[in-house]
Design a protein around this ligand. Sequence first.
Ligand SMILES: Nc1ncnc2c1ncn2[C@@H]1O[C@H](COP(=O)(O)OP(=O)(O)OP(=O)(O)O)[C@@H](O)[C@H]1O
Length: 626
Amino acid sequence: MTSVYNIEFSIKHSIDINVENLSYVIDQPNITTSRLPCHTTDHSATTKTILDGVSFQAKCGQMLAIMGSSGSGKTSLLNVLACKNSTGTVTGDIELNGVKHTKHMIEHFSAYVRQDDRLLQFLSVKETLMFVAQLKLPTKLSRVEIVRKVDEVIAELGLSHVTATRVGGANIRGISGGERRRVSIGIQLLMDPSILLLDEPTSGLDSFTAHHLIQTLSRLAKNQRTILLSIHQPRSDIFELFDKVLVLSVGQTVYYGETRTMVDYFTRLGYPCPELTNPSDYYMDLATIDATTDETESRTTEVVENLLEAYRRQGEEVHTGSDTEVNQHIKEYMIEGATEIQVGYPGFFHQFTVLARRHFKNTVINQWALIVQTFEAVFMSLVLGVVFWELTLDQRGIRDRYGFMFMITMMYPFTNTLDVIGQCHEERKYLYFELEDKLYGYFAYYFSKIIAELPFHFLFVSLYFTPAYFMTGLQVDVIIFFTMFGIVLLLVYVTRSWALAMAMIFPNYTLSSTVSNILLALFSVCSGFYVNLESMHSGTRWMADVSPIRWAFDSLSLVEYGNVTFACGQIDPRYCIKTGEEALKLYGFDGDQVWMAVVILLGNICGYQLMAILAFRFIPQKPYGF
Ligand SMILES: Nc1ncnc2c1ncn2[C@@H]1O[C@H](COP(=O)(O)OP(=O)(O)OP(=O)(O)O)[C@@H](O)[C@H]1O
């Protein structure tokens, strides 16, 4: 097998992590009483201790497994080490090569693989890794070198047989769960980190795949990496691959030391592992409080308290003090290395082009979504075309034309805002994490999305507007056609922009779409279709003046009615509307100009886009429920 180590694009440094007496406490109102020895039940302080006095060392070249039952604090420990804890107070020391760790330092030297995979479903394995490589690796590398690096990571992680297969996910079938885990690890490996933190990398994997994955990680550790991973209850062949083990129970250390000495340690405490039993299963059960009944809870609590007490007494020999040789040179490197300016790494324009390509590709590959959106645009156009078929230039035709102008400003924008909001909330599933991993900058992402979506916006508005225009018998004229098309294009872009703003301001689809629909309802009520603009009082008139629906409806009417005449038919000529000018008076549009509408629609676009950018930059785009 080729090795990922063949090509090293960045200089990797040996880093030892030393953790001393680490505690992590969060504020928590309404704590219920419990007999558990940790997760304190202090009502007055309303705090919960998640980690309590944890100390250990993770050395370069080794793999340290953090073990423990569910809720023992494994993820919290990794989050604190990676500075990803958003709440709570951390006390104690975390040092990298003897230097107190900072967020900047850990971001520079480490990579974090989360428990759940956050990948773009429609890209293939190779495409996924290629895009990350292009976003993260130095720009001086040629495409051939980048491809070689990606191929090596693929080979190293045993993904060669699925390079061209879609990643897939909840909605579409793709590679298996284990392969997805390996793609997530591959993404972090591309950055060639000195420290690799993995939260439950084997969760959801069958034992063969889990074993293969841990073997790979063990090999990676040997190549000058420090690997820390959390794991529940590993199979014995997996357990043996770890160099060191840290066993947690309710946030405290039950055991820390060499993997091979763990069984002896517990045996000395009076808990020998029964024959034919997997030690990790047995000792994880021992370190777990079983709260099923009062009896099991008090019995298991007693065992856990014994283990904690024994570790406090005996563990000191094992863990205290750092044996990392800290010289001045290492210290200086740790501080300067982490603060050095990243020369030669992708900047805004490079990220922008890579992301725009990724966004475009992801949209094009998602053929079902394209088919549905095409159908949506064409269907609505045909509905309008059939309902308003061949409008006549008589008195009835005046009203019917207004009906058409109004409906064309309403139908597509309504469903399109929901599509935009749905897509933004879907993108949050990976966007938040990619931004957290500093894969790219906020503005590179935002503007690449805007640009990559423009061709589709143009396409769908064309499909929506063109058939209806010709079916309804409006004046067939090149200038009129393109002016009307331009107005609808602008209007739909205004509604896309406000939908984007709503999706970025509000935390979930329901809230975003509700507020967006309320806005659409308000703007349509004040559009001049239901009530003449002149009849509106000053309290509501301002809404008509900013309503994009009103200005689109208004300007479409101005273009269509500009120079037409209407037959009176059976109607008394004294009461008949003969010219377009008179028809425009009916709705209070006389005196308005098309250019005013264009300026106001452009102003709306700028306003909503600004709102969306600010929301995107300052409101964390967390996926709902995270
Ligand atoms: N921000 C938080 N607010 C409230 N409780 C929290 C928070 N973070 C962690 N906890 C609690 O701390 C304890 C440890 O959680 P953690 O996720 O670290 O456990 P874990 O060992 O990784 O569990 P699992 O194996 O199930 O993922 C749990 O009881 C959890 O509910």
